[in-house]
Design a protein around this ligand. Structure first.
Ligand code: FEO
Length: 151
């Protein structure tokens, strides 16, 4: 290792480290979206298979175009939490209907989703709180990336 690095170059390389870390922000947000997207597809397939198992008709419906631009990690996870709260209200609505209709198999099936939504809201809240607490600095995001990756 050189004793004395040329100061200007050293300064610029340190700036570059910061820039590279900054470049990681949107990718980290996207990575979270991708892993979540796979989980959501599995949720959709659970409903799909449940209807199939019961001999009921699956009707795939049109879906709105999703956003293609991502905001800061905090903004992204605020949207994630808001969306999960919406999904929870949907699951609860289904459950209410199943209770009114005395559809016991659907009630049992939906219990997994009731619990899952508790986890999903908790997960999104924890990430959001950590982002608010740790800030959106490169090092805070790297630590969070590691923590999320080990789940
Ligand atoms: Fe399938 Fe994130 O709710």
């Amino acid at each position: 290792m050189r004793d004395k690095y040329e100061p200007k170059l050293l300064g610029e390389i340190n700036v570059q480290i910061n820039k590279e870390l900054y470049s990681g922000y949107p990718y980290l947000s996207m990575a979270a979206h991708f892993s979540q997207a796979k989980e959501e597809l599995e949720h959709a397939m659970k409903f799909y298979e449940f209807l199939n198992d019961r001999g009921a008709k699956v009707e795939l419906q049109a879906s709105a175009q999703p956003d293609t631009k991502f905001g800061s990690p905090i903004t992204v996870f605020e949207q994630v939490l808001e969306h999960e709260i919406f999904v929870t209200t949907r699951i609860h609505l289904l459950y209410e209907i199943a209770v009114v209709e005395k559809d016991y198999p659907t009630q049992v099936f939906l219990q997994w989703f009731v619990n899952e939504q508790v986890e999903e809201e908790k997960h999104a809240t924890e990430i959001l709180e950590a982002l608010k607490l740790g800030g959106e600095s490169g090092s805070a995001l790297i630590m969070m990336d590691k923590a999320l990756g080990s789940r």
